[in-house]
Design a protein around this ligand. Structure first.
Ligand SMILES: [Ca+2]
Ligand SMILES: [Ca+2]
Ligand SMILES: [Ca+2]
Ligand SMILES: [Ca+2]
Length: 406
């Protein structure tokens, strides 16, 4: 049985007391009969290395294990959830935690070290050691950004998709709310940047990976998403889809997309009926050389939405200032190799409440700083209001083992 990798273990070990990831495949293999004895939907364990003798089984969490405390030697996880095995009772974080992948068909077995005192069955491996969604904090901005604020409280909010395909709304006070109960992993592009339907509430665009259809999910104004509407097909011809804010200056949010085959950048203007109008060429080529593209709002203070782009070859961060329906000459927004160490770029408006649009990033595994190292550190790069950014400040360490931030 494969043990799911919990990333950034070294850091976690100090903060959560993790010391090991469980033991893999040591000892003699249990008889096939032992694996088959474990019913579908159950996690099972034996006191012996070879799966003989009395079998423990459960399909619910166990805060303590009674007579089975510190006895698990062979285990199988025939559930569709991750099994978290804790050395401490009550799922305590002080001792080590091992994570066993879902194996609903029941073909694999594993070996445990005989130190387990409690267990949980959870939809994502992250939940073995952390809350399902990370903590997100933002300040109340002096004015509405027009995007990055699904519930219109002038606090920048974030949507997080977990690996189980659920969608969480993080309003900015460190709490979270489930707004999509499942199925969101069917989309390979999720875009949120402004109001497309014209009701003053921010909406979300989603591209369905299997069909290339682009859907508009209208925001309800509370962080939840309402009924969806088909915007069109063929969007899998695009390597990147970005919510740009209002570039054309008609007060409606527009969409930008990079064409996979040509590297062209197209502008799709939002229309009064909540659709997209006739596209216009913004960039004649080369846009596939950009490996991060985000509509970040008005970064340079001229009242028009701007675009931030990371050049793959150099790691440079460029600001493309929005002009009336086009983009002006790009200016360097951030140099240095640091931008290559960023995984996700998030433009959700003014995060620190000074009235200027900011940029938020999360890191790749190569990132190292005194505050945080590895994947999933979150940084806020405060906008200066003239297109430049202050150096990023680490604000949290737990933005890992997720499936996207929007
Ligand atoms: Ca908000
Ligand atoms: Ca709307
Ligand atoms: Ca601008
Ligand atoms: Ca700001």
């Amino acid at each position: 049985m494969r043990v799911s990798p919990l990333r950034r273990l070294a850091t976690l070990a100090t903060t959560l007391g993790l010391t090991s990831l469980g033991l893999l495949g040591a000892g003699a293999a249990p008889a096939q009969a032992a694996i088959k004895d474990c019913p579908a939907g159950y996690f099972c364990a034996w006191k012996t290395d070879n799966g003989t003798g009395t079998m423990f089984k459960t399909n619910t969490d166990k805060a303590t294990l009674g007579a089975w405390d510190n006895t698990f030697r062979s285990v199988v996880n025939h559930t569709s959830k991750f099994a978290c095995l804790y050395d401490d009772p009550k799922h305590g974080p002080a001792g080590s935690v091992s994570v066993w992948d879902p194996d609903p068909k029941g073909t694999e077995w594993g070996h445990s070290g005989g130190t387990v005192s409690s267990l949980r069955l959870v939809p994502t491996s992250r939940e073995c050691v952390l809350p399902v969604y990370p903590r997100w904090y933002s300040s109340v901005a002096p004015r509405a950004a027009g995007f990055g604020d699904l519930d219109a409280d002038r606090r920048a909010d974030v949507l997080v998709r977990d690996k189980a395909g659920r969608l969480w709304f993080l309003p900015g006070d460190t709490t979270g709310k489930l707004v999509g109960t499942g199925g969101w992993n069917a989309f390979d592009s999720l875009v949120r940047h402004g109001d497309f339907t014209g009701d003053g509430r921010e909406d979300v665009l989603a591209r369905e990976a299997s069909t290339g259809k682009l859907w508009l999910y209208s925001g309800t104004g509370t962080g939840s998403l309402g009924a969806r509407k088909l915007l069109g097909g063929g969007w899998n011809a695009m390597s990147r889809i970005v919510g740009a804010g209002d570039l054309t200056g008609d007060g409606r949010a527009d969409v930008l997309a990079v064409e996979k085959s040509t590297g062209k950048l197209w502008l799709y203007p939002g229309t009064a009926t909540g659709g997209l109008g006739v596209r216009k060429l913004l960039g004649s080529g080369g846009w596939n050389g950009i490996n991060a593209l985000v509509g970040a709002g008005d970064m340079n203070g001229d009242g028009r939405a701007d675009l931030i782009a990371r050049e793959a070859s150099t790691g440079k961060l460029w600001l493309y200032p929005g002009k009336a329906g086009s983009l002006g000459p790009r200016v360097l927004s951030g140099s240095g190799s640091g931008w290559k160490l960023m995984d996700t770029f998030l433009g959700v408006g003014d995060v620190n409440g000074d009235g200027r649009a900011d940029l938020v990033t999360t890191t790749t595994s190569d990132f190292v700083s005194p505050e945080c190292r590895g994947v999933g550190c979150q940084l806020v790069h405060t906008g200066r209001g003239n297109g430049a950014l202050e150096p990023g400040v680490v604000v949290d360490t737990d933005w890992w083992d997720l499936n996207g931030l929007f």
